[in-house]
Design a protein around this ligand. Structure first.
Ligand code: DC
Length: 226
């Protein structure tokens, strides 16, 4: 029997967290959780239900209302809000622009952390969890903690190609830098590297190289605990 592992993958936007986390989970036969999608989902619910996302009291009052359910399959990540498929709408520019404000509200974070810990309890083999505060706050005792970084230029180029040219690289870079500053500067569990996280700069690395590096770290750690 192999002990369940928790792999925490944190870092700013555009560092390759999602692609890396999904590939590592698939390779190791682990569940997968995208916590950014959960923050996006609650933000989408607030926007579609007329909650003023810039009013922290209104956001906190509504934080318990939406039912957010995340799938755990890295090959087909799914997320529903009140039973509706939210995977498309949570990627809209409106949600991206509002998500930092919503995710700074402590009541929202408390609710999401509960969901995140419950997802790990339901993953018998273990789980790869990607986000901003996974190694510092959600799973401080995670088996392996990774903090991905990359230059602002590389991150903007990757995000811009995901957006398929809907926005210029310069505008994407400015928006990324703004969002990272908000996520790093908030009071409650900001984007931060845990002291015991391994930092991997992905600027010059291929996805395969990053995945290989993380898989090796997990296998080495697993060998010492099983
Ligand atoms: O990873 P992403 O870009 O989809 O995340 C969207 C936002 O959610 C990000 O700007 C900050 C917030 N977030 C957070 O505060 N904590 C997490 N663990 C994950 C995301």
């Amino acid at each position: 029997m192999v002990n369940p592992v928790i792999v925490a993958i944190d870092g700013p936007s555009g560092t390759g967290k999602s692609s890396t986390s999904k590939a590592v989970a698939a390779k190791l036969g682990l569940s997968y959780l995208d916590t950014g999608a959960q923050y996006r989902a609650i933000t989408w619910w607030m926007l579609t239900n007329g909650v003023d996302v810039n009013d922290p009291v209104a956001v906190a009052d509504s934080a318990g209302k939406p039912a957010i359910v995340s799938g755990s399959d890295p090959a087909a990540p799914a997320i529903t809000v009140d039973g509706l498929d939210a995977s498309g709408p949570i990627r809209s520019q409106e949600v991206t622009a509002a998500v930092s404000a919503v995710s700074a509200v402590p009541a929202v974070r408390a609710r999401m952390v509960e969901l995140q810990r419950a997802a790990a309890d339901e993953a018998p083999e273990g789980i790869v969890v990607e986000g901003r505060d996974i190694g510092t706050t959600v799973f401080p005792a995670a088996t392996v903690k990774i903090f991905l970084t990359a230059s602002a230029e590389a991150r903007a180029a990757r995000r811009s190609s995901e957006l398929k040219g809907a926005q210029s690289v310069a505008a994407t870079q400015a928006a990324l830098v703004r969002r990272d500053a908000a996520d790093s500067g908030r009071t409650t569990s900001p984007l931060a590297k845990a002291d015991d996280a391994v930092e991997v700069d992905t600027t010059e690395l291929s996805l395969e190289q990053v995945v290989e590096c993380v898989v090796t770290l997990v296998e080495e750690k697993r060998a010492t605990i099983s």
